[in-house]
Design a protein around this ligand. Structure first.
Ligand code: 13P
Length: 253
């Protein structure tokens, strides 16, 4: 059965001492509390080695925030899947809307990155989501359908089961505005149905679909209670242990 996951995307936040302190707090929390979901963090890549050391024997997934589609070579500033693999990183976020907006990332790029991760035995957290304008124009289902098809539908059924999808409506990211639990459920069910049409219901039932966009301790429980919402990709609220741990506890609480 599919996994329930709470993942923290730290984005470009925290200096080293702050990052280390938050990791230590999370380690302490994890040691002292049984959780009802998988817990992942995606700190800035410069701190991934430290994260691997701190969480050595704890079940916290350590993820990158992006990676190159190439294996090695003259790609200044980039990180390859082999590099992640060589330090024991579990996977990477792919096609976050901020990568799409500021770095021209497309679903074709995402498709190659997702495949590279799967080929290396790592887990992609593939992000999709519509803009406010697209939602206002009632294009949101069409947008998500196109994104998902281009990025994922070259995969085999066995491969797509290993992908984590994060639905993150762009208008809800960092804005304080959250999709209602009903809006999240509606889109998650739509995405699962797309996968079912392509790969069959059994395969679709195996894919974890997370919601992202202004998830906070105050709204997480209700969003996570929806049948097709398998957890959250958390931005701002992942930067404070009080908030992040409350969100983890909201799961199945
Ligand atoms: P916020 O939770 O800060 O809205 O960010 C969501 C996000 O983009 C997670 O990847």
């Amino acid at each position: 059965m599919r996994k329930n996951i709470v993942a923290g995307n730290w984005k470009m936040n925290k200096n080293f001492a702050e990052a280390e302190a938050l990791m230590m707090q999370l380690l302490e929390y994890k040691k002292n509390n049984a959780t009802h979901c998988e817990v992942y963090i995606a700190p800035p890549s410069i701190y991934l080695t430290t994260a691997k050391q701190i969480f050595a024997n704890q079940e916290i997934g350590i993820f990158g925030q992006d990676m190159s589609e190439h294996n090695s070579g003259a790609y200044t500033g980039e990180i390859s899947v082999g590099m992640y693999q060589s330090i024991g990183v579990d996977g990477s976020i792919i096609a976050h809307s901020e990568r799409r907006l500021y770095h021209g990332e497309t679903d074709s790029h995402a498709n190659r990155k997702v495949k590279a991760l799967l080929d290396a035995g790592l887990t992609p957290i593939y992000c999709n989501g519509e803009t406010l304008e697209q939602r206002k124009n009632n294009q949101h289902f069409e947008v998500i359908k196109n994104q998902t098809q281009v990025a994922l539908f070259t995969l085999s059924a066995e491969e797509i089961k290993k992908v984590v999808i994060a639905y993150e409506p762009v208008w809800a990211i960092g804005t304080g505005e959250t999709a209602t639990p009903e809006q999240a459920q509606e889109m998650h069910a739509f995405i699962r149905n797309l996968i079912a049409e392509q790969y069959g219901q059994e395969t679709a039932n195996e894919v974890s679909i997370l919601y992202g966009g202004s998830v906070k301790p105050e709204n997480a429980k209700e969003i996570f209670s929806k049948p097709d919402v398998d957890g959250g990709l958390i931005g701002g609220a992942a930067l404070k242990i009080e908030d992040f741990s409350k969100i983890i506890e909201d799961f199945n609480a």
